[in-house]
Design a protein around this ligand. Structure first.
Ligand SMILES: Nc1ncnc2c1ncn2[C@@H]1O[C@H](COP(=O)(O)OP(=O)(O)OP(=O)(O)O)[C@@H](O)[C@H]1O
Ligand SMILES: [Mg+2]
Length: 640
């Protein structure tokens, strides 16, 4: 079908002129030399003229900096012989404005298409809006890109299409691109886990949060119902935080707290128990020494003493676990300790198990209590033996390890640095996760009644912690177990170890005076009695103040101070320092005892201090006393 229109008569030139003059757009016409042929009022006013600059070059209407680009655009239109559109910022008389202009080649009077008509419009406002929008978009992009939280914008009631995601979310999902895909396809494991909270957020028209486990990681996920003005649809913003590391740390802290609480309890019991055992052992000794050698009651008393010594061993273990035991750390070479234990390890584990020792020849030294390290190695070896009932291989190795920030994060509580590592591995049964979770707790054992106390590893844990180290465990059921212990490196020289047990028990001798300072009255009286029995003179005080007073008024020589380490008010170490200043030749022997949880810092003795473990027996007391009294005097202070 053909539609025909009646041909309208052409507009008169005056009407065309009127249209141009009244137009709100800026209109101009220039000839082939860019001389202005026409310019309407809005245009010339904007350019700062009161009348059209007809006959003048257009370049004179603009600043010299703006003109070259305008000229370029005009020439472009002329060359192309078609209209071109350009947007430019142009400095006008009053202010800079963004202009959008159509430049259209038109015929000149000779019918040649060399003139150009320009129709320009102020687009400053639109331009500023676009710029603002772009800035906001960039800001938005930057924010969601920088966010450490995974962000997903989901749309749809059932298939939850990802409209938008940030890099963290894509990384968590293990996908490079998920925008436009359904959550089911993009991140199937998460999709399943979050269905309930997506539904809950929609139902409540608010937000819903849950912790979900996805592909062995823990996520905290929040779904927020989103209403976007002008954009229909059912949208939910999903915020996903990976809390795996935080969870692990929480577990560690919880575990540490629990161990600490158990430690305090165990330490408290052990202390009181120790104070009861000391008189039991002491008075047994005393009574025994008054009986004739063939008196049958001696054997009965020996039974009492044996039982008390077993109890002593148990309390010592508890004190070690609770880290309340007074230790004498010194620089040691772990290799030395291990080598010295080779024989006893061999005998302990039996013939079905082969022992491999792989010791680093350049091992860092570390600061620890040698006896305690022996205890660590023995406990681990015994456990390894029990885990290999059908035989296997026990490997004890040492190595130097430099822990970085990253590796420390995995190990928990030690700072980065150089460590000497001691590893005890076996090819035994290994442990399932439910056993691994509890092995460091005291009294946790999987061994039958009477077979294990469950104290072994809790003691190992306590000792390693006390030495400033940490333990890592690698095990899997049926695949053996490996305990790696990291001890901080020291550059101090290894002290020459003295074999205390090899020395004969000295009998009491000569009339020396001992100042006994002990706040427990029973213990103080016992110590005095044992000492007097052993031929010493004693003076006694129940605290540091009293001891200082006594020492001041005592005119004779005090040969030795026998003091408890931790006492109310002033501790034994401080007292010893004060007294040896007044009496430089006086020797010092500390007795170790329980420390309250808050005075644990007192438990590290000066490097050269002599120490008598409680509960003590007559022999151990007299033996320690002689050792200290007979030692060559040290320079400076006595033996503090
Ligand atoms: N090398 C190992 N292989 C497999 N399981 C182990 C190993 N070491 C420890 N365990 C597990 O850890 C538990 C706790 O060990 P721990 O040394 O604290 O106590 P125990 O050996 O049972 O008793 P105790 O050492 O007091 O005689 C053990 O009962 C055992 O289940
Ligand atoms: Mg054990």
């Amino acid at each position: 079908m053909t539609v025909s229109f009646a041909t309208a008569p052409p507009l008169s030139a005056s009407r065309v002129m009127a249209v141009m003059e009244e137009s709100q757009d800026d209109i101009f016409i220039i000839d082939r030399r860019n001389i202005v042929e026409y310019m309407n009022p809005p245009a010339y006013r904007a350019l700062g003229f009161s009348a059209a600059p007809v006959g003048r070059p257009l370049r004179n209407c603009f600043s010299s900096s703006a003109w070259p680009e305008i000229e370029q655009d005009i020439n472009h239109a002329r060359r192309a012989q078609r209209p071109v559109y350009r947007e430019r910022s142009i400095p006008f008389a009053q202010r800079e404005r963004w202009m959008g202009a159509w430049l259209t080649p038109i015929d000149d009077d000779n019918g040649e298409r060399t003139s150009v008509m320009g129709i320009a419009r102020d687009i400053t406002q639109r331009h500023e809006l676009a710029q603002l929008l772009a800035e906001q978009h960039n800001l938005f992009e930057a924010l969601i890109t920088a966010s450490p939280i995974g962000i997903l914008l989901l749309n749809g009631a059932s298939d939850w299409m990802c409209e938008l995601s940030n890099p963290v979310a894509r990384q968590m999902a293990g996908a490079t691109w998920i925008d436009g895909a359904g959550l089911d396809d993009a991140w199937p494991a998460l999709a399943q886990a979050v269905t309930p909270i997506l539904a809950a957020a929609c139902r409540s028209d608010g937000s819903s949060t849950a912790d979900v486990d996805v592909s062995s990681r823990h996520f905290s996920v929040t779904a927020v119902r989103l209403r976007l003005p002008g954009r229909p649809g059912n949208r939910v913003l999903l915020l996903v935080t990976d809390v795996t590391d935080r969870r692990a740390l929480e577990q560690q802290l919880l575990h540490a707290d629990k161990m600490d609480a158990i430690g305090r309890l165990a330490g408290g019991i052990a202390h009181d128990f120790n104070n009861l055992l000391t008189p039991i052992l002491g008075y047994t000794d005393l009574v025994s020494s008054t009986l004739a050698a063939d008196d049958a009651r001696r054997r009965d008393l020996e039974e009492v003493a044996t039982a008390a010594r077993s109890a002593t061993a148990l309390t010592r273990q508890l004190l070690t676990f609770s880290r309340k035991q007074v230790t004498k750390p010194s620089a040691i070479d772990l290799n030395d300790v291990i080598r010295s234990l080779h024989g006893i390890v061999r005998r302990t584990i039996g013939e079905d198990i082969s022992v491999i020792m792989d010791l680093s020849p350049t091992l860092h030294r570390t600061v620890a209590d040698r006896n305690q390290i022996e205890q660590v190695v023995m406990n681990l070896c015994v456990n390894a033996r029990d885990a290999m009932p059908l035989g296997g291989t026990l490997t004890i190795s040492t190595a130097n390890t430099a822990l970085t920030h990253a590796s420390c994060g995995m190990l928990g509580s030690v700072p980065p640095g150089e460590y000497a590592t001691l590893t005890v591995s076996d090819s035994g049964t290994g442990m399932p996760p439910e056993v691994q979770a509890h092995i460091f707790e005291p009294f946790f054992t999987t061994k039958g009644p009477g077979k294990g106390t469950g104290l072994g590893l809790s003691i190992v844990h306590g000792i390693v912690k006390q030495a400033g180290g940490c333990i890592s465990l690698t095990t899997a059921q049926g695949r053996g177990t490996s305990f790696a212990m990291y001890f901080p490196r020291t550059d101090a020289d290894v002290a020459v170890s003295r074999d205390e047990a090899a020395r004969p028990v000295p009998r009491a001798n000569g009339g020396e005076t001992v100042l006994v300072v002990e706040d427990n009255e029973g213990l103080r009286r016992l110590a005095e009695r044992l000492l007097r029995n052993g031929g010493y003179r004693t003076i006694a005080a129940q605290n540091a103040g009293e001891a200082l007073e006594l020492a001041r008024s005592f005119s004779g020589k005090i040969d030795l101070l026998l003091s408890d380490v931790v006492m109310p008010d002033v501790d034994g170490v401080t007292l010893a320092n004060q007294l040896t200043r007044q009496r430089p030749t006086m020797r010092v022997l500390f007795m170790s005892g329980y420390t309250g949880a808050d005075v644990a810092r007192h438990t590290v003795l000066p490097h050269h201090a002599a120490l008598l473990q409680k509960p003590f027996t007559r022999d151990s007391l007299l033996c320690a006393l002689r050792t200290v009294l007979d030692a060559a005097p040290r320079e400076g202070a006595a033996n503090s």
